[in-house]
Design a protein around this ligand. Structure first.
Ligand SMILES: Cc1cc2nc3c(=O)[nH]c(=O)nc-3n(C[C@H](O)[C@H](O)[C@H](O)COP(=O)(O)OP(=O)(O)OC[C@H]3O[C@@H](n4cnc5c(N)ncnc54)[C@H](O)[C@@H]3O)c2cc1C
Length: 594
């Protein structure tokens, strides 16, 4: 089954739930014309349906090949990539000074969802290029920008992001790849990186690697890491491609999912060392890398949303076709489509509402990041930066967790056929699995949320957000619309749980860090499901009051109600898990090592 971008849902989420329209009205987007948003998404949706969705299965089945140090992608992939960049999709939010269209990150976020939904292994390639663009634009020298940025922005060359080594995964500070200064100002890099996405491929003439390495006199840990740009082919003064650089794919991984996206072992230094150029300052590589990682974390969250939506669309179609049993109370012969059964409806609603909540959280993160650089007022920019920082780990971890859950439910709705590869439901589940692991595991995201984002300025960013969410709940309550059921009360309870849990954690981050760390993952879930519930209610109000969402407000009210009454209600038990569960977690050695 193919994929169709849910444009009305996306626009409602972007404009209302995520606050794009309010930010436009406040003038934070300068002269950007919000009216073009729908047209951009329509075109992206068409491209995805026609070109990318049909290649999703082919890529999964055929995978990639490595021979003589060269990686070959699945049939049709290089051609699709060339068409995709020719249509300008890589340049949507790229800097205008280097040929980009300069559109908001929020628009590109919606496009990223579309690429991920239609073909997540394909979308993973430009996802990393965009992060590389951001790091180079923010920290690179004028010379490096002049040579590399335009080609990266257009997509003529792709980028990689190389942190991981066998002994350095979550603990990036343990990396050992070495960089030595040379007399011409460049560096020679030697070492091995593992798990490098699109480390080599045949879709472009050149690949620009962004590699973390350590200078001989560097301090230990993350304080001694520098970021280097290492092109696959060196670039001559006239811009043409020169000699092959000493960086090669020496192996590829055989994976649970994402078969079409190469995951390479990269070896540097077999021929004297790869020629690399410093980005930013020596030993300040983590700062540059964080620029890349925040953008990439949001984009990986959008992979979760995209896979979830694809799995939902497919499960919905299956549930309308597959006949088993009869609706309760229905008489006579024959069977009904399984969608009549309350348990199937429950699964479909869970899939759809979780997807919608995660979508809005991701889009809201993108709007905050946009405003943090686009708004004229410094205070507005600073507040938006704090909001973007707070939301990034939630966007990444909540959305990829739900990507997995929704894809899992998609398999369940297909019954036995879900376990059979030909339906495609299993592929979504396999592809989703990595999203909660790479770009910082979801456990690491939760720790970031508690120890850095919640703790910043005594929780100021959290209290401001809770205030805004309370406003939405008041509007639901005063709407007196019976269609909302107990939505207002459920959201209010959840906000109280989130408030109490945040204060409890804030107290312990410094005084009892192991207690705070034990509750980090359930806290992130509590945060995501409360935030998502309030945002969906806000969208339902907008659909009702402003007539947005294709003039079908009932659909959005019911969706928000389902989420509040079935999903957000977990907040109370998550609060207990965080506050009452920490002791047993920290006493676990008696069980695990006893
Ligand atoms: C398909 C694929 C593509 C990838 N692409 C890239 C890429 O392009 N570039 C790149 O650099 N890397 C890439 N990676 C690597 C990926 O980012 C790492 O696998 C990930 O960061 C986790 O590191 P690890 O595998 O070493 O796990 P570990 O760090 O060993 O973690 C194992 C478990 O321990 C937990 N853990 C670790 N430390 C802590 C802690 N301090 N507190 C609490 N829990 C902790 C983790 O959450 C996890 O559950 C890719 C990996 C895969 C599989």
């Amino acid at each position: 089954m193919t994929y169709r971008a849910p444009i009305n849902d996306m626009l409602l989420a972007l404009n209302h739930g995520a606050g794009l329209q309010a930010a436009l009205k406040a003038g934070h987007y300068g002269d950007f014309d919000g009216d073009i948003t729908a047209a951009v998404l329509e075109e992206a949706g068409k491209f995805a349906t026609d070109m990318l969705a049909p290649l999703n299965r082919i890529g999964d089945e055929q995978g990639i090949k490595l021979a003589d140090g060269k990686v070959t992608t699945a049939p049709g992939w290089p051609d699709a990539y060339q068409r995709w960049i020719a249509a300008g999709w890589n340049a949507v939010s790229g800097p205008e000074a280097f040929g980009g269209q300069g559109l908001p990150l929020a628009i590109n976020a919606a496009c990223t969802e579309i690429w991920s939904a239609s073909n997540v292994a394909f979308g993973l390639c430009p996802l990393l290029t965009l992060s590389a663009i951001e790091a180079l634009d923010a920290h690179g020298s004028d010379e490096l920008k002049r040579i590399y940025l335009e080609k990266l922005v257009s997509g003529e060359w792709t980028g990689t992001m190389q942190l991981t080594e066998p002994q350095a995964g979550s603990d990036v500070g343990a990396l050992r790849t070495r960089a030595e200064r040379t007399s011409d100002g460049s560096y020679r890099i030697k070492g091995t990186k593992i798990f490098i996405t699109y480390g080599d491929h045949d879709m472009t003439d050149n690949i620009v690697h962004f590699v973390l390495a350590r200078l001989p006199d560097a301090p230990a840990s993350t304080k001694g890491i520098s970021l280097f740009l290492i092109p696959k082919f060196l670039v001559n003064a006239d811009g043409s491609l020169g000699a092959r650089n000493d960086i090669y794919a020496s192996g590829i991984e055989h994976k649970l999912g994402m078969h079409a996206a190469p995951t390479c072992t990269m070896t540097m230094g077999d021929q004297g060392g790869a020629i690399g150029y410093l980005i930013g300052e020596e030993n300040r590589g983590m700062l540059c890398m964080f620029t890349m990682m925040n953008q990439a974390r949001l984009a990986v969250g959008l992979e979760g949303v995209g896979i979830a939506d694809r799995a939902y669309q497919q499960a919905l179609a299956f549930a309308q076709e597959r006949k088993q049993g009869r609706a309760v109370g229905k008489k006579g012969d024959g069977m009904d489509a399984i969608i009549v059964h309350p348990d199937v409806k429950r699964m479909l609603m869970q899939m759809r509402s979780l997807t919608a909540a995660a979508r809005t959280i991701c889009y809201a993160t993108a709007v905050a990041l946009d405003v943090s650089v686009r708004a004229k007022d410094a205070k507005v920019r600073a507040d938006a930066a704090a909001r973007g920082a707070l939301l990034t780990p939630i966007a990444k971890a909540f959305s990829t967790d739900i990507g997995n859950e929704v894809a899992y439910l998609g398999v369940q709705i297909h019954g036995g056929m879900g376990f059979i590869e030909e339906t495609g439901a299993a592929q979504h589940s396999r592809d989703a699995r990595i999203t909660s692991i790479y770009e910082g595991t979801n456990g690491i995201q939760s720790i970031d949320l508690v120890t850095r984002k919640l703790a910043a300025n005594g929780g100021a960013a959290v209290w401001t957000l809770l205030g805004e969410l309370t406003e939405i709940v008041i509007r639901v309550e005063t709407s007196n619309d019976p269609a909302f059921g107990t939505t207002g009360a459920k959201l209010r309870d959840a906000l109280n749980s989130l408030d109490r849990t945040s204060r409890w954690l804030l107290e312990r981050v410094a005084s009892a860090p192991n207690e705070a760390l034990a509750g980090a993952t359930p806290y992130l879930r509590l945060f995501g499901s409360t935030l998502g519930g309030c945002m969906l209610a806000g969208e339902a109000l907008a659909a009702r009051d402003a007539g947005d969402g294709n003039g079908d407000p009932q659909r959005y009210v019911t969706l928000a109600r389902f989420f509040a009454e079935n999903m957000t209600v977990q907040a109370a038990s998550l609060e207990k898990t965080v506050m009452d569960g920490a002791d047993a977690v920290n006493g676990a050695d008696a069980v695990l090592l006893g």
